[in-house]
Design a protein around this ligand. Structure first.
Ligand code: NAD
Length: 496
């Protein structure tokens, strides 16, 4: 970690403003966000109204229609993205602390995410310059076919609280690089770094009205974005429940949607796996960000002959890992994001136990500080009728089941309505390839987990979403395709 200042809790909460058409202002209503680790107020978040969203959309549409961004050479847009990347790195300390105070994640992790985000902005700048279409010079000498990619228009961008700045980076520079304008709404729990990004973009030379930010609650702000007739596309990242309501709200003008939703992600451990490596990876995969990752590996499926050896290793690591103050460098696991989530997770664990699940470790609140901390939790004897076996928990809770054959492992892995990610641990090439090819998920890891780079596309199968962000074609998500057929000769009469 390379922080240049010593992190301290703020004496007074930071007051945020919204950005519409290049002007910063404060909607009259507001809410206070407390640090989930320390219980002290850290941010005052404006609660925008439907009318604020309408104004933001009007500003984004006006900028899109009147030029000054979508019609610039991609190289000019890329310059802004690259300057923004430099400013993200320059402001890393401030961004990281804000992220940790609102999201509760360890500060060293926030630093890594902010630096990783800068890298994505740079990648997207390159992608912007690579947008291209196709030509068809094979219609004969009198016709020419052109396929153009054009920016789709005004994009609504709705993001969750678990990786506020990183998820923003996986989407916003691609939207901007494509030439679109944006109205964005961060989660009400973690709005600060999105607002800071607005300032960074101003300082990087982004023209007014290209990026507009409205903060506040899903209802009305997110819903109004999803249903707005002048928004051409919505990129939504969040729960499958709200994703489904976004599909319905977006139907009015048949918006294009990119949806990155929930997961119930399997981790398959074959008998020949390196158990030491696998155990560490599994513990990281479920405790990273306190299990609040869309790709957290929460369903452990293990070959019966190594079940005991593996579970013992996992229990020992879970009992050793440091849970506590995210401002302390040794901390690996911070708090749950808020009391509602904490109580939901606790209830899923308690109900599972009442229905016969065995608690191997954890399952209780711990109180290193005032916030909502759950001891890393590991459950066995899970049955498919228990809520904990099918529902996304979104917390530091792992559940184990055993299998006897590879086919059974694959059946169990695919027995879910989700399809976001999966992880396979094996030393066998054949088994490894069979499993990574057989599992139905948008992201799959073999002998590692929760890692990657902007080169790789992300997204889900089934109820985990639709569309793909990042990757070599990530920027194309935010474009429309236009076919042009030009007649270069004498077009013959249709009516003789
Ligand atoms: P959420 O669905 O509650 O909220 C996500 C965003 O939607 C927030 O900004 C929220 O204010 C807004 N929102 C709420 N109600 C809305 C409505 N009616 N219309 C429009 N917007 C509305 O999700 P969350 O609790 O912030 O995040 C956790 C969820 O996100 C988990 O299910 C997780 O798996 C998922 N997630 C998915 C990915 C992915 O890439 N697949 C990444 C991160 C998180």
């Amino acid at each position: 970690m390379t922080l240049h200042t010593t992190p301290v809790l703020p004496r007074t909460p930071r007051k945020l403003e919204n950005l519409i058409g290049g002007k910063w202002f404060s909607p009259s209503d507001e809410m206070v966000r407390n640090s989930p680790a320390h219980g002290v107020p850290v941010t005052v978040v404006p609660l925008a109204t439907e009318a604020d969203v309408d104004q933001a959309v009007a500003a984004a549409k006006s900028r899109f229609d009147n030029g000054g961004w979508s019609d610039l050479p991609a190289a000019a847009r890329a310059e802004v993205l690259l300057r923004a990347a430099d400013l993200i790195v320059e402001r890393c300390d401030e961004l990281s602390l804000a992220e940790t105070l609102e999201a509760g994640k360890p500060l060293w992790q926030s630093v890594n995410e902010i630096k990783g985000a800068a890298d994505i902005w740079r990648f997207a700048a390159g992608q912007a310059r690579a947008i291209h279409g196709q030509t068809f010079n094979n219609f004969g000498s009198k016709s020419l076919g052109l396929v153009l990619r054009e920016p789709i228009g005004v994009v609504g961008l709705i993001t969750p609280w678990n990786f506020p700045f990183f998820i923003l980076a996986e989407r916003l520079p691609f939207i901007l690089g494509a030439g679109c304008t944006v109205v964005m709404k961060p989660s009400e729990h973690t709005s600060t770094t999105t607002i800071m990004m607005g300032r960074i973009l101003e300082d990087a030379g982004l023209p007014e009205g290209v990026v507009n930010i409205v903060t506040g609650l899903g209802e009305p702000v997110g819903r109004r974005i999803a249903e707005h007739q002048d928004i051409d596309m919505v990129s939504f990242t969040g729960s499958t429940r709200v994703g489904r309501s976004t599909i319905i709200a977006s139907a009015g003008n048949i918006k294009k949607l990119s949806l990155e939703l929930g997961g119930k992600n399997p981790v398959i451990v074959m008998a020949d796996a390196n158990l030491e490596k696998a155990a560490d990876g599994i513990v990281y995969g479920i405790l990273h960000n306190a299990g609040q990752c869309c790709v957290s590996g929460s369903r452990l499926l293990v070959a019966r002959e190594v079940e005991q050896a593996l579970t013992e290793r996992i229990v020992s690591l879970m009992q050793r890992v440091k849970v506590g103050d995210p401002l302390v460098p040794e901390t690996r696991v911070g708090p749950i994001v808020n009391d509602i989530q904490f109580n939901r997770i606790k209830k899923l664990v308690d109900d599972g136990r009442k229905s016969g699940a065995t608690l191997l470790t954890g399952g209780r609140q711990i109180e290193p500080l005032a916030g909502y901390f759950l001891a890393p939790t590991f459950l066995a004897d899970i049955r498919s009728d228990m809520a904990i076996s099918g529902e996304e928990v979104f917390g530091p809770v792992l559940a184990v089941s055993a299998f006897d054959t590879k086919d059974e492992a694959l059946r169990m892995a695919n027995h879910t309505r989700y399809g976001l990610s999966a992880t396979v641990w094996t030393e066998g090439l054949q088994d490894g390839l069979d499993l990574v090819r057989g599992v139905k998920a948008g992201r799959v890891w073999l002998n590692t987990t929760i890692t990657g780079g902007p080169e790789m596309p992300i997204g889900g199968y089934r109820e985990s979403g639709q569309g793909r962000e990042t990757g070599l074609s990530g920027i194309e998500e935010y474009t429309e395709v236009k076919s042009i057929l030009a007649d270069l000769g004498e077009r013959g009469p249709w009516v003789p």
